[in-house]
Design a protein around this ligand. Structure first.
Ligand code: FAD
Length: 612
């Protein structure tokens, strides 16, 4: 009981005043990938009864108990399990065989069919390779075949049988027993050990009813089919779990987590064409590309997942030189709401290809992306800290310097009360170029700290170690774009920073190569913006009070930095013509609005479940 309680990371503390083990306020964890099953071994009725009451498995030696004894002990175990309110199938039975028992296939089939044995252990000398080979190659398949023939269809399913306490945590409205066979083994329910690892995202606390973890495209299609049968529940689509709105988790709904589809493959070395699974993280992408002398601009944090970022935009440290992540996309494979798998590119499903680059999450589950990546040598990487007692003055000066800075340099600025922190990447390994492009930034205000290094892009993406996703509560984030930092924008920003309503004020620079793409070429339209603002707080009302004046000096927003899912924000993200076009496509590809639980684009003729 103590081990079980310590594995249960949904509990805050564990205490036990047992005879043998005492604990006071112990902290459970760490969250495990799967339950550690507890097995008992023994051939007397006391052990069988205890196994029935508490264990996940029971082992017995056939030589010791014989077939009759096995039947009797099995009965004892079954009764004890039922008396304890358990399903007797929860307790797996394992029988150890002597070498001589291994030849009688019909007797072994009977162990499975008549005695419910699910694993057979053969006791042989370590040098008896011949017996082992025969058992594995001939006997085991014959037993399986015989048992399949004798038992009703599906009885030999690999579907895990969960303990009663785990089943008690199931949420209403989910057909747990109908989870497709191929997904059942990796699915995580609230009572499973792995739940603590998958329930929340990086920023948002969650309590979903079921997390499906497909490992292949066919399994993703199957998960989408299961979700279609649960239209009444929230549906989160998760790749890396770093979504700022936190909608890749929910309360009582389903999550389809494609984190396992994380292959990174070079398709064409000469063309620098790379295929990347939606579940890969940008740190892994950077690491995989580095030996080729390549990089793909993503963002400022290597733990972010490919699926969420590459369907929204991707404002990264190489954006001014090389454009957004989506500007490198040549094709994407998606599972649509009806379960079909399509490829979208400049020549196939072109409307979807347009939509996938900026509004992809509304149209399906992206499973793989093909990007043309850039040749990037080592880069200049700067972290500068300044005194900034007058945030408005600092911001205006920063805006002026950015306007005169060549594309090679992409700075991101975090501004707080009295301090400014600037991170900038210069796409050059030439110290002269790096210093000359950074010097004007260094002169904005008194420097309190500076570090400039020449490093591979992958080193910057791997700067922060990945931590378990332990988000709590609701993230509160606001976003806006602006072409320039006007005095009005700077002064409203300074008021916001001084108000304390925000604990995070960050401006990423865009423009440059981002603006080389026509606004209607992709669903991400804000090509003329030079600055993307992200502001985070803990109280939405309070933050909005101070953010609204900033918004009045800005235009549009980047959905990936927003958490307010009000329709006005959708209208800010997509100008009317873009939104109309997206809604028409949505009506075609997802008319029943299956994919609605992040920033929802309503189908043109809306006849859906109620939008949240
Ligand atoms: C610390 C941090 C730093 C960040 N830095 C940057 C940055 O520099 N530049 C930038 O552009 N963004 C940045 N972001 C925002 C980030 O790009 C988005 O939040 C992105 O959605 C996260 O992707 P994910 O797969 O990790 O998230 P998830 O939480 O897994 O998914 C977020 C949302 O994306 C959609 N989605 C996820 N996977 C798929 C899929 N396979 N198919 C279709 N839709 C899918 C769903 O709507 C989901 O709710 C940052 C976020 C964090 C938390």
């Amino acid at each position: 009981m103590v081990i079980r309680a310590l594995q249960d990371t949904t509990r805050d503390q564990v205490s036990s005043a047992g005879t043998h083990h005492r604990l006071a306020d112990a902290e459970p964890g760490p969250a495990l990938e799967r339950d550690v099953p507890l097995w008992l071994q023994g051939s007397d009725t006391a052990v069988a009864a205890l196994a029935g009451r508490l264990a996940d498995g029971w082992m017995v030696d056939l030589e010791e108990v014989g077939l009759e004894g096995l039947a009797t002990l099995n009965e004892v175990l079954d009764h004890a399990a039922t008396d304890a309110g358990r399903d007797a199938r929860e307790v797996r039975r394992s029988v150890t065989l002597a070498r001589g028992d291994a030849a009688d296939i019909s007797a072994l089939v009977a162990l499975v069919v008549d005695h419910g044995v699910s694993s057979l252990v053969l006791r042989v000398g370590t040098d008896d390779v011949t017996t082992l080979r025969t058992f594995l190659d001939d006997v085991a398949p014959a037993i399986r075949e015989g048992a399949e023939r004798a038992l009703p269809q599906g009885a030999l399913s690999s579907r895990p049988v969960r303990r009663a306490d785990a089943r008690a945590r199931r949420r209403p409205g989910i057909a747990y027993n109908e989870v497709p066979e191929e997904l059942a083994g990796t699915a995580v329910e609230p009572g499973d050990a792995a739940f603590g690892k998958v329930r929340s995202t990086y920023l948002r606390g969650g309590d979903p009813g079921l997390v499906l973890r497909p490992r292949t495209v066919a399994e993703v299609a199957s998960a989408v089919g299961f979700a279609r049968e649960h239209m009444h529940l929230p549906l989160g689509i998760r790749s890396g779990g770093h979504g700022i709105s936190g909608r890749s988790t929910n309360d009582g709904g389903l999550v389809i987590d494609v984190g396992g589809l994380d292959d990174i493959t070079v398709l064409d070395e000469a063309a620098r064409l790379v295929r990347i699974g939606a579940g890969a993280r940008w740190r892994d992408v950077a690491r995989a590309l580095q030996p080729h002398g390549w990089a793909l601009s993503s963002g400022d944090y290597g733990g972010v997942g490919v699926g969420g970022l590459a369907t929204a935009g991707g404002i990264g440290f190489l954006s001014r030189k090389h454009g957004l992540t989506i500007d490198h996309l040549r094709a994407v494979d998606m599972v649509l709401a009806d379960g079909t798998v399509v490829r979208a590119s400049a020549t196939e499903n072109t409307e979807l290809f347009w939509a996938a680059r900026g509004a992809g999450a509304n149209f399906g589950v992206a499973v793989a992306f093909e990007f043309v990546v850039d040749e990037v040598d080592e880069v200049g990487w700067a972290q500068l800290a300044f005194q900034a007692p007058d945030p408005a003055a600092y911001l205006e000066a920063f805006g002026r310097v950015v306007a005169d800075t060549p594309r090679e340099t992409t700075p991101f600025l975090i501004l707080g009360q009295g301090v400014a922190q600037l991170m900038a990447m210069v796409d050059s390994s030439d110290p002269g170029v790096i210093v000359s492009q950074l010097q004007p930034f260094a002169e904005i205000a008194p420097l309190v700290q500076q570090q400039v290094v020449i490093a591979p892009y992958a080193a910057v993406m791997n700067m922060f170690p990945e931590t378990a996703h332990n988000g709590r509560g609701e993230p509160v984030s606001r976003s806006a774009f602006t072409r320039e930092i006007t005095p009005g924008f700077a002064s409203a920003s300074a008021d916001l920073i001084r108000s304390g309503a925000s604990h995070w004020y960050q401006i990423r620079t865009v423009g440059g190569a981002v603006a080389d793409i026509a606004p209607d070429a992709t669903a991400y339209t804000h090509r003329d913006a030079n600055f993307a603002l992200a502001v985070m707080g803990s109280n939405a009302q309070r933050l909005d009070r101070w953010f609204e004046p900033v918004r009045r000096h800005a235009s549009g927003l980047y959905l990936s930095f927003e958490s307010d899912r009000h329709p006005d924000r959708i209208a800010d993200a997509f100008p009317p013509a873009t939104l109309d076009r997206l809604r028409r496509l949505k009506a075609k590809l997802d008319p029943h609005n299956l994919f609605q639980d992040n920033f929802n684009i309503l189908p043109a003729h809306d006849h859906t479940r109620s939008a949240t």
